[in-house]
Design a protein around this ligand. Structure first.
Ligand code: KG4
Ligand code: ZN
Length: 341
């Protein structure tokens, strides 16, 4: 069976076709960085307006690249939330309309669960995928979340951020350093040229074995460094690289430490890391080293499946549909807040 997945919860419009083995046949993403970059953050009204323009061409391209037509699609999956309500409604209304016109069933899915399950996506039959249960660390622009995942619809929240999400911290620090939006990739690149020991920013672990996160203090720490260097006329490109590296090291250390604590606490030896921040090269390297040392099986999808994509939505929708766990109807509504699920 072919499943068409559509993701429009934030600023990317994405569509993908996945088959029932989890093999990705196409994954198309239309980014809106050109619009929101001008404002240094997402402007919700502009995001939904652009989604209206891009949804049809993006879906058509995904079907074309997969070599199928809409008549070959056995089910559709679409993000219900969390996210921006105006953006979610574009994808959801589109899917409901196609479902009505073509009699194709659909499933509305949780975007964060889909990130955690993106480790099941395959580009080839041989690709290694995890088994349940596993600990998932979802690190994105809006969320930082540790969960114990025991099944496609069995998530136990272990801890999340009390303030800023990890990606949000990257984006805000990038803004302070004049690196543009979104800021994760530019910081990752710049940090490679800097000294991570330049400043030791506090690692906000709260207390041992606590699985909640806090990144707002770190952001203020960077702000103070930037201000004092500016006053001294010493905010050089070299200093910016050192700040980027020091900031990144602090975020990465906390994420790695808490992921290991979560594994320890749940007595689990499988870790999945996903979400846009899981593209970070330093995080990937440190997670690999730490999990190798502890004998933990680590699964981090390739960057294209870590950041927002339609394939993870298709995969989760497919499994929920196959196992009879969920089915959409015309009453299926957007759930913009994560606590509504
Ligand atoms: O999962 P995602 O694509 O969208 C959300 O659901 O939020 O994550 C986007 C976030 C942004 O904050 C972006 O700056 C961050 O992921 N990001 C990165 C990197 N690439 C993207 N953060 C750190 N390092 C990266 N290489
Ligand atoms: Zn996301």
């Amino acid at each position: 069976m072919f499943v068409l997945g559509i993701e429009s919860s934030c600023d990317d419009m994405a569509a993908s076709v996945v088959d029932d083995s989890g093999l990705v046949l196409s994954s198309v993403v239309s980014s809106q960085d050109d619009i929101h970059g001008l404002y240094g953050g997402i402007v919700p009204e502009l995001a939904s307006r652009r989604h209206i323009e891009t949804i049809v061409p993006v879906v058509e391209e995904a079907l074309k690249r997969a070599g199928i037509t809409i008549d070959d699609v056995g089910a559709m999956a679409v993000t219900r939330g969390p996210g921006l309500v105006g953006s979610i409604l574009i994808g959801l209304s589109f899917v409901k309309a196609v479902s009505f016109a073509r009699s194709i069933p659909f499933v509305g899915v949780n975007h964060l669960d889909a990130h955690a399950l993106s480790a099941f996506l395959k580009d080839g039959a041989e690709d290694k995928t995890p088994e349940f249960p596993f600990v998932s660390l979802v690190v994105s622009g809006g969320h930082t979340m540790l969960s114990l995942v025991e099944g496609y619809d069995k998530f136990k929240l272990l801890g999340q951020t009390r303030d800023d999400a990890a990606g949000e911290a990257f984006d805000k620090v990038a803004k302070l350093l004049g690196l543009g939006y979104p800021g994760g990739k530019p910081i990752d690149d710049l940090a490679k040229k800097g000294d991570a020991k330049y400043i030791h920013y506090k690692r906000a672990t709260i207390k041992k074995y606590n699985l909640e996160f806090s990144f707002s203090g770190l952001k203020t720490g960077v702000l103070n460094t930037v201000k004092s260097l500016e006053e001294e006329g010493a905010l050089t490109d070299e200093a910016k690289a050192d700040i980027a590296a020091s900031f990144q090291e602090s975020v990465v250390d906390v994420l790695v430490k808490k992921a290991l604590w979560a594994l320890d606490k749940t007595d689990c030896d499988r870790l999945v890391v996903a979400g846009g921040v899981a593209c970070n090269s330093r995080l990937r390297a440190k997670l690999k080293a730490a999990t190798d040392k502890e004998g933990i099986a680590l699964f981090i999808p390739k960057p294209a499946y870590c950041s927002d994509n339609g394939a993870m939505i298709a995969l989760l929708g497919l499994r929920l549909f196959e196992e009879g766990l969920s089915i959409g109807s015309f009453e299926t509504n957007a759930l913009p807040n994560s606590d509504e699920f």
